[in-house]
Ligand binder design. Structure first.
Ligand code: NAX
Length: 338
């Protein structure tokens, strides 16, 4: 039997990630080749013309799965009947802007969007915050939607995860999909910790393979500390330096991966992936924070992979990133926004 169209809402649809995302969604990459989609695009008035242009191009693609495109600057309409909400539009950090100002400006976007989701979305709504500061934006949206189960609110760290896979693939000379059980922990920020201590290729630890290729365990450990971890965390800045603007196609692709694996389920043969989800206290991360963890999905919810041993150095790095999330939450609370 043919499926009814699923409503997918994209905020910031006139921006550069939006432009890279919409055509992938309409082409069937997000939900599958048998799932028609109804696109709801939310923009602010300044972004509306760009979003209109994208909508014209969507029509010109004649995608068989694209049921309709609705463009609005009203969040209540944008989230009406929505089953998937991609929260991309956000307030970027302006020159001289303090972190508290940035958090406040974005709370003014993500709070009302959370409330509109709560009031109008479909009962199976799943939300991913892409716009930065993504983890705390997801926390704010969730706080404004108390009636929706907390496991429906997530933030994107899949781009960081994919960046880690790309870098390891290059270093080891294997395909990215041959590497399993890499984890990105913590905040989508410079403090994030991409962790390979449980990662394997064909059952062989990645750390052992790196040692073999780099002439010993010390050299491999130095590469991980000095090149890999900061390189993954700084990749966004590197893209800006080289490309002249921030990651767009890779961010859109990671957003597709995040939702596709959530909705269709992760494959046991491929191990886990990384996503920022609401903590229930796993690995000592304070309850309620939206922090990145190793996760799998059964097609319903992302669940944290529990019981992994953490070396003291990994523990310290995770604690540092989580402390940053705690500080962001405290700032938002102090501003009376939670
Ligand atoms: P752009 O500035 O190209 O697009 C943002 C769009 O959002 C604009 O068209 C703007 O009009 C719209 N917008 C602003 N406020 C809005 C609101 N209240 N409702 C609806 N739309 C609104 O930015 P782009 O490069 O697309 O990046 C979007 C966000 O993704 C930024 O916050 C960026 O920092 C973040 N990123 C997050 C990543 C992640 O891994 N979590 C990686 C890529 C990216 O840096």
């Amino acid at each position: 039997m043919a499926h009814a169209p699923t409503t997918v809402t994209v905020t910031g649809a006139g921006g550069q990630i939006g432009y890279a995302l919409l055509f992938r969604i309409a082409g069937g990459d997000l939900l599958g080749p048998d799932r028609p989609v109804r696109l709801h695009l939310l923009e602010v008035p300044q972004g509306m013309r760009a979003a209109e242009g994208a909508a014209l191009e969507l029509q010109d693609c004649a995608f068989p799965l694209l049921d309709s495109v609705d463009l609005t600057d009203d969040a209540n309409r944008a989230f009406d009947g929505s089953s998937v909400a991609l929260l991309v539009g956000s307030r970027p950090r302006g020159p001289g802007m303090e972190r508290a100002e940035l958090l406040q400006a974005n709370a003014g976007i993500f709070g009302p969007q959370g409330a509109a989701i709560s009031a109008h979305a479909a009962s199976d709504i799943r939300v991913v915050a892409v716009g930065n500061p993504a983890n705390t934006n997801a926390l704010i949206a969730r706080a404004a939607a108390p009636g929706i189960p907390s496991d429906r609110f997530t933030a994107l760290t899949r781009l960081d995860h994919n960046r880690a896979l790309g870098r390891l693939s290059e270093a080891l000379g294997v395909r990215p999909d041959a590497i399993r059980d890499v984890t990105v922990w913590g905040n989508h920020s410079a403090t994030q910790f991409p962790d390979v201590s449980h990662a394997t290729v064909d059952g062989v630890p990645v750390t052992a393979l790196l040692a073999e290729r780099m002439g010993g365990e010390d050299a491999a450990a130095r590469w991980l500390d000095d090149v890999f971890v900061p390189g993954v965390a700084r990749r966004g800045a590197e893209i800006i330096e080289v490309r002249g603007s921030s990651s767009a196609a890779s961010a859109a692709s990671a957003t597709i991966d995040h939702v596709r694996d959530w909705v269709r389920g992760t494959h046991p043969d491929h191990g886990w992936t990384s996503a920022a989800v609401v903590s229930h206290g796993e690995y000592g991360v304070p309850e309620g924070l939206v922090s990145s963890f190793p996760v799998t999905s059964d097609g319903q919810a992302y669940r944290v992979v529990e019981g992994l041993e953490l070396e003291p150095r990994a523990r310290a790095r995770i604690d540092r990133s989580v402390a940053e999330l705690v500080a962001e939450r405290e700032t938002v609370e102090a501003l009376g926004l939670l």
